[in-house]
Design a protein around this ligand. Structure first.
Ligand code: NAP
Ligand code: HSE
Length: 441
């Protein structure tokens, strides 16, 4: 028979009532009974204080006006608040909120990958110092429980690699450009309307949102602090319809790929860039806002984690999961849940040393000998060409300015970059060459 015990209310301080914050309120209401049962029975989560920028803004959820504030201290300091949920984004005010909550011994739940990738080492140290947990499942891959997988389920594995698609907005944009022929700006607008994009969508399209997530995954897997400035990041803003058409013709799809891989000497490769991947590979079937991370552990072998990587409900799912965990742990002695460096010798592999094949697009002034000039510089550098193509516009076959595409054999990125600098200096080259990796997965 079910034990009857006194009802307990756990007060939440919610910083942010945007896409994800509203989703959390909705999910907590919708599944209140379920959450209560799964938190030990008779436990209710009650939103006590909510931080917003504009209290007058219409919202999809109803919150008592007295609970709204524009002063974050009122959220953290409210004695009725036992757990602080940070969902405002950014790295300044968010840092202050999380730091103050940890110092006050209030567990934190956050979905803020930028904050944790940039300042996680400081916050996780505070978390340990104050024996107060910080949960961040929503920070990587939306509704996919990849943080718990790396932190807990795979903790007994040596992780060889984690390769994946971890920005829903970019994947959505690439898909809409490929399938519906939308231009970049239209596709981005749709992603924003659907609640997938960051408040600053530049982070999605310049690759940094995915890079922040990859940094978190790599820190958890390899145990050393990673300086974001040392990570090679390129986003989808440079992808043109011509690249997508070319990839399709060759049997590839263009994806923004995160590659995290440990090399035999212990160096960790970590890079983010648009990549050609074979159409037959499972990651090529990750469509729209979906994300997927292929984790290769020495014991578990290859596992693929797939699901919705952004949006209100999937992200709220991860936040609420963390809230239940935080509520269960309120009286536990083992608070700290984050990442603390444990490896002194951990080091990132310089991106110059990483090798793949490449697709390079040049914007050239078309005249006799252009291909030969480019090919000569590649040959001088010992870089093999596996194909070259210049799409001809049937309307203007004598166009002066054209895109010229080269497919190059595998070589270290540094060797390619040095050669591209020389090619860019040629009179016939009009702008910096665009480089995508061709991944053999
Ligand atoms: P959002 O829709 O822009 O909502 C941000 C909320 O925070 C708004 O309610 C805003 O107030 C409030 N806010 C922002 N800065 C503030 C400040 N300085 N003081 C007071 N209130 C402030 O953002 P979101 O999409 O919900 O994302 C929130 C966090 O979750 C971010 O860290 C994001 O990276 C992360 N995340 C988002 C997704 C997703 O799919 N959207 C997925 C995973 C993780 P007003 O409403 O009054 O403007
Ligand atoms: N803007 C992010 C994305 C939200 O599109 O993946 C999820 O972290």
């Amino acid at each position: 028979m079910k034990q009857q015990s006194k009802q307990q209310t756990i007060g939440l301080g919610l910083a942010g009532l945007g896409t994800v914050g509203s989703g959390v309120v909705i999910a907590l209401e919708r599944n209140a009974d379920l959450i209560s049962d799964r938190t030990g029975g008779n436990v209710r989560m009650a939103v006590e204080k909510v931080l917003v920028r504009d209290p007058a803004k219409p919202r999809p959820v109803t919150i008592d006006a007295a609970k709204l504030t524009t002063d974050w201290r009122e959220v953290v300091d409210d004695p009725a608040v036992a757990i602080v949920v940070e969902l405002i984004g950014g790295t300044d005010t968010a840092f202050e909120i999380v730091a103050a909550a940890l110092k006050a011994g209030k567990p934190v739940v956050t979905g803020n990958k930028a904050l944790l990738a940039e300042r996680g080492v400081e916050l996780f140290a505070l978390s340990r110092e104050h024996d107060t947990p910080i949960h961040f499942e929503a920070a990587v891959a939306g509704g996919i429980p990849i943080i718990k997988t790396v932190q807990e389920s795979f903790v007994g594995n040596r992780i060889h690699s984690m390769i994946g698609i971890i920005n829903g907005t970019s994947n959505y944009i690439l898909e809409r450009m490929t399938e519906a022929g939308l231009d970049f700006a239209e596709a981005l607008r749709e992603a924003q309307e659907l609640g997938y994009a960051e408040a600053d969508p530049a982070l999605d399209v310049n690759g940094w949102d995915a890079a922040h997530k990859a940094i978190l995954l790599a820190s958890l897997a390899y145990g050393f602090a990673i300086d974001p400035e040392r990570v090679h990041v390129a986003g989808i803003e440079q992808v043109r319809p011509t690249d997508i058409e070319f990839a399709t013709r060759l049997g590839y799809v263009v994806k923004l790929l995160a590659v995290v891989r440990e090399h035999p000497g212990g160096e960790v490769e970590l890079r983010l860039q648009p990549s050609f991947i074979p159409k037959s590979h499972i990651l090529a079937s990750v469509h729209g806002v979906f994300n997927a991370v292929a984790v290769h552990g020495d014991a578990a072998g290859e596992s693929l984690f797939y699901g919705r990587g952004a949006g209100q409900d999937p992200t709220a799912s991860s936040v609420v999961g963390d809230l239940v965990e935080a509520a269960r742990g309120l009286h536990s002695e083992h608070g700290h849940r984050g990442f603390l460096p444990y490896r002194e010798d951990g080091r990132l592999m310089p991106v110059e040393d990483t090798s793949t094949a490449y697709y390079v697009r040049f914007d050239v002034t078309d005249r006799p000998g252009v291909i030969a000039q480019i090919a000569q510089l590649l040959a001088d550098a010992g870089i093999g060409i596996s194909g070259t193509h210049s799409p001809v516009d049937p309307e203007s076959p004598d166009a002066e300015f054209v895109d010229m595409v080269f497919l190059l054999h595998s070589c270290p990125f540094g060797q390619l970059s040095r050669t591209l600098e020389k090619i860019e200096a040629l009179d016939c080259i009009n702008s910096a060459p665009v480089v995508f990796r061709i991944e053999r997965l």
